[in-house]
Design a protein. Structure first.
Length: 372
């Protein structure tokens, strides 16, 4: 039995909720869970240097197969020694498989059993992605954790459509497992789908768990459904997954969604939100969102968040950051991006501490009281 590339160690279960304290060990280090993973779609977490990401406690970051396949090409990244070498990041890297990005970015032509035909969103060129092609690209990129090639169906699609979709996604997952060249150094996760349908989530989970992946992602969420609907799906989906393997909720999220996902047994999260809203001057604070570009902050010489200990909050004021954003000074985006990423990574640190002391529900109540 070869040692798998990624192993999960469940350290402690919260007494009052489904939350778990754990650690995930990868070829590039061991990281505490629950964890938030900053998104670096094109091999860069926008505006952040690797040293800054390390300083704020980021362990695993994301990159996207679809984007890197188009530019600069997986062969170039492989020639550079793989993503870690190429982007000078020696901690964890997870690559998404391209399925979701194709559906959300490219002009779709059609989905067949073989794979997905579509147009390159940059130049309209006809392209084709199959499970085998996506896995080959992820093998070349060299991420520690790879996603299976899946279809993320619209949450509100019909039962029949989603049933056909998850059955094909499970066949794609099996094809991906067979095509995977480096299982000893790269862990391939299965992605559970099924929309809002309990029976389909059960069928998808059953199919994927029988293929014995080293970890499982929960897909098909954070695609426009309400937070209540997402939490309801999590309520019946996480218990279907093996306790001794990591669970990754894709594309989530906001501070409240992170807490509610942890409570329902999720270990890993990713979202572009912190860096995306930072670029238009919206900051996450313990008292909710703060749009620092607003005129009311022009002479506000307090930090973005008086309870935050990040580089931006220790050294700069709302007035200065607002000035930078208003004058299109790039340093402004760097400060808001740094702060938002730090805010979510620090939130995960607080959540892990709360699980350790069995006071996660109290922490949730305190957090929501202030966050609004
Ligand atoms: C922002 N919301 C969101 N929902 C997702 C679902 C999938 C999903 O169902 N499958 C895959 N492969 N990726 C997803 C992603 C991208 C995660 N970086 C999602 N993002």
């Amino acid at each position: 039995m070869t040692t798998p590339a990624v192993t999960y160690n469940l350290i402690k279960k919260d007494k009052h909720t489904g939350a778990r304290l754990g650690q995930i060990t990868t070829p590039h280090g061991t990281f505490d869970t629950p964890m938030f993973m900053p998104v670096g779609t094109q091999a860069s977490v926008k505006a952040m240097a690797p040293e800054e990401l390390k300083e704020m406690g980021a362990g695993v970051i994301l990159a996207n197969t679809y984007h890197l396949w188009l530019r600069p090409g997986e062969d170039l990244v492989e020639e550079a020694g793989g993503l870690h070498q190429f982007m000078n990041w020696d901690q964890g890297i997870l690559t998404d498989s391209g399925g979701f990005q194709v559906f959300s970015l490219a002009e779709l032509r059609n989905i067949t059993e073989e794979g997905v035909h579509f147009k390159n969103h940059l130049n309209g060129q006809k392209l084709f992605l199959s499970p085998e092609k996506a896995i080959a690209i992820e093998n070349a990129l060299g991420a520690d954790i790879m996603m299976s090639f899946d279809e993320c169906p619209p949450f509100f699609e019909s039962y029949d459509y989603i049933k056909k979709s998850i059955e094909r996604t499970s066949r794609w997952a099996e094809r991906g497992l067979r095509a995977h060249k480096n299982p000893q150094t790269q862990a391939l996760f299965g992605i559970v789908q099924g929309g809002g349908h309990k029976a389909l989530r059960e069928q998808s989970a059953r199919d994927l768990v029988s293929l014995d992946f080293p970890g499982y992602s929960i897909g098909g969420l954070s695609v426009g459904e309400s937070k209540a609907e997402m939490n309801h799906v999590l309520d019946f989906t996480t218990p279907l997954l093996p306790e001794n393997k990591p669970r990754y909720l894709m594309g989530v999220g906001s501070p409240d969604a992170l807490i509610d996902g942890v409570i329902r047994g999720v270990d890993m999260f990713d979202c572009v939100l912190p860096t995306r809203i930072a670029r238009n001057g919206t900051c996450m604070t313990s008292k909710g969102r703060l749009v620092v570009k607003n005129a009311k902050y022009a002479r506000d010489f307090r930090p973005l968040d008086e309870k935050c200990n990040c580089y931006a909050c220790r050294n700069y004021t709302r007035a200065y950051i607002r000035h930078l954003l208003k004058t299109d000074e790039i340093f402004g985006l760097r400060l808001t991006s740094y702060h938002n990423l730090y805010f979510l990574l620090d939130l995960m640190r607080k959540i892990r501490a709360a699980i350790k002391e069995d006071r996660l529900l109290d922490f949730r109540a305190e957090f929501f009281e202030e966050y609004g």
